[in-house]
Design a protein around this ligand. Sequence first.
Ligand SMILES: Cc1cc2nc3c(=O)[nH]c(=O)nc-3n(C[C@H](O)[C@H](O)[C@H](O)COP(=O)(O)OP(=O)(O)OC[C@H]3O[C@@H](n4cnc5c(N)ncnc54)[C@H](O)[C@@H]3O)c2cc1C
Length: 418
Amino acid sequence: MRGSTTRPGSRHLLLAGAGIPGLSLALALRQAHGDALAVTVCDPGLAQAAVRQRGRAFAIAAGGRRMLERLGIWDGLGAAAAPITEMAISDSRLPDPVRPVFLTFAQTPRDADGPFAHMVEAEALVEALRAACEAAGVALEPVGIARATPDGDTIRATLADGRDLRTALLVAADGARSRLREAAGIGWVGWSYPQVGIVATVLHARPHGGRATEHFLPSGPFAILPLADGPQGHRSSIVWTERAADVDALLGGEPDAVLAEIERRFTPQLGQLALEQGPSAHPLAFGIARRFHGERLALLGDAAHVIHPIAGQGLNLGLADAAALAEAVTGALRLGLDPGAADVLVAYERARRFDTLAMAAATDGLNRLFSNDALPVRIARDLGLGLVDRLPGLKRFFVGEAAASRGTQPRLLRGEAL
Ligand SMILES: Cc1cc2nc3c(=O)[nH]c(=O)nc-3n(C[C@H](O)[C@H](O)[C@H](O)COP(=O)(O)OP(=O)(O)OC[C@H]3O[C@@H](n4cnc5c(N)ncnc54)[C@H](O)[C@@H]3O)c2cc1C
């Protein structure tokens, strides 16, 4: 960290964006430094209750779970975090009468660390993070950041209500269309997929037993992800990828017609279905920032990278960003150095760039391979899946990959203190 020196402004950090990665970073920093570091999170969405997240749920891998445990959030989630103990993958066409399972992952007694992922309901997680941030003394401001101007040892952020805040480091956790990233002139390589992600919560007659299922269909994957039982019975979240051109026809009809389309793709073993929440449709895109930082600016979460939800890893990448940035900033502050200095931000980018590129490339490749009905591609991928299923070592590698490999992870993802 050559050339970085402590300055009064270095005791304040500002974040734009109160999504799960942004709130996790704010909480981690405040817990590590207490009153020695003022942390402010600005987001116009803070004016609304977390209830707007209702109906969304995320697969959170083991590393993210360890981080949320370390931050003191996990235990309070209770039934809002349901373990995935088994995963089955099938590859078929929509009219096929059976969906043969090609690949299965199950939790084994050797998995002392617990399930490789949990389905976590977004409303409960956002509520818990907001409450913990408030209790830890993070200032939560329900206002957007309009622009930011680096100014020597600090960066000046102008809020949408006209106030100016000075900070050593501004974290842009303001989502895929990050205005702060664009204003800083940081390039973006990306494209839209001709697909939409449809999300809904369904009730089903029989229990799922912790099993997640992903049916690869020619228009894209249809994932059935286990949630905890609710007052109305057994529940799962679905993430259904469809061709964008077909979405209006599929979702525009009466609720019974929408449910019938879901039933055509669902797993018959779970019995009769009903809709509990949704569906809501989300355009899908790929994108990665050319740099993860600018002058006194760090990009976090979807502001830095957006990937296809085929493997449920976008938020997991954002949590890993938060863990890595918290570690880089904490390292600087403990040495009395400037947390917004260029070398701190380079260290952050170095910690995240390779993992992010590898995951982005893998998810894009998987989507191209599976959202495809050409016969030679079908045969090749089915052989590939069958082979992996017969090699337990390889399978464990794949599960370990999905849950992020342990050795090189930032401390929080290993469940260790900063
Ligand atoms: C269909 C679908 C399913 C998915 N499933 C999974 C999954 O199972 N597991 C997983 O890991 N990931 C999943 N993802 C990815 C995950 O949803 C995203 O990666 C994650 O929500 C990104 O969080 P974020 O906080 O970076 O961005 P966002 O959630 O977009 O939040 C950005 C925040 O910034 C605020 N903001 C915007 N502009 C400003 C400004 N100027 N000033 C201040 N605040 C501002 C916004 O109000 C918003 O609250 C899925 C994605 C899709 C589309």
